[in-house]
Design a protein around this ligand. Structure first.
Ligand code: T46
Length: 195
């Protein structure tokens, strides 16, 4: 497993070790002990799986408010996505900054999205399946979203007229969004809420 820094501190790109042979491949898609040895300190409680039938589906930008904020470990097992994370931690040096990543079944790359980030993706292939682990249970009452097409963000989605849910058509822009993440960095540890 190799872990790469990104332009957003605390967002990591992970490349698992792939064992290929004449049959195909094997990989440990997640190993808590290995992850902890490399400083990825999360215990995941829930696995999610979504299928998007068409290319050009945008899901997001979603997050859960504290105290139900979620760290997410995202990977693609079929198809391809343009995956976007947005820093919404009040006080963060990169507040309001986003970054996009190409995750595919082929490159097997995984994205670690910490609490305090909004997350979304655009499918760039038919029948794209995304699996992701979260370290907090789903809570509809804490589920929030930010408009995928917020002009202040100007996210360079690879599609102009996406397929989205009715819910994703109604999210506020970042300026008007309800967020309760407070960014602190002490002893190189990031705290996103005052529990
Ligand atoms: C997220 C979630 C949803 N649901 C139910 C609620 C709805 O009745 C149905 C579809 O939910 P939603 O339209 O929010 O699914 P997505 O648009 O794929 O949302 C997800 O996609 C973006 C990219 C994310 O990062 C979020 O983790 C997640 O919100 O599944 C559950 O029962 N449990 C869950 O954990």
């Amino acid at each position: 497993m190799r872990i790469f820094e990104t332009n957003l501190p605390d967002v990591k790109l992970i490349e698992p070790t792939i064992y290929s042979d004449n049959r195909g491949f094997f990989m440990e898609s997640y190993n808590e002990r290995t992850a902890k040895e490399k400083g990825v300190l999360f215990s995941f409680l829930q696995d999610n799986h979504s299928l998007s039938i068409e290319a050009g589906v945008i899901r997001g930008l979603h997050y859960q408010l504290n105290p139900k904020a979620q760290t997410k470990l995202i990977r693609v097992v079929a198809g391809e996505i343009y995956d976007v994370v947005l820093d919404i931690r009040n006080g963060s040096p990169t507040f309001g900054q986003w970054e996009g990543f190409i995750l595919t079944a082929e490159n097997k790359r995984q994205l670690l999205v910490p609490k305090g980030f909004a997350h979304g993706f655009c499918t760039i292939a038919k029948n794209t399946e995304v699996l992701y682990k979260v370290d907090e249970y789903y809570s509809a009452e804490h589920d929030r979203g930010i408009a995928w097409d917020d002009p202040s963000l100007d996210i360079d989605w690879p599609i102009l007229n996406p397929i989205t849910s009715d819910k994703d058509k109604k999210h506020p822009v970042l300026r008007d969004a309800e967020i309760n993440f407070i960014y602190y960095r002490t002893e190189n540890k990031v705290i996103t809420d005052l529990k």
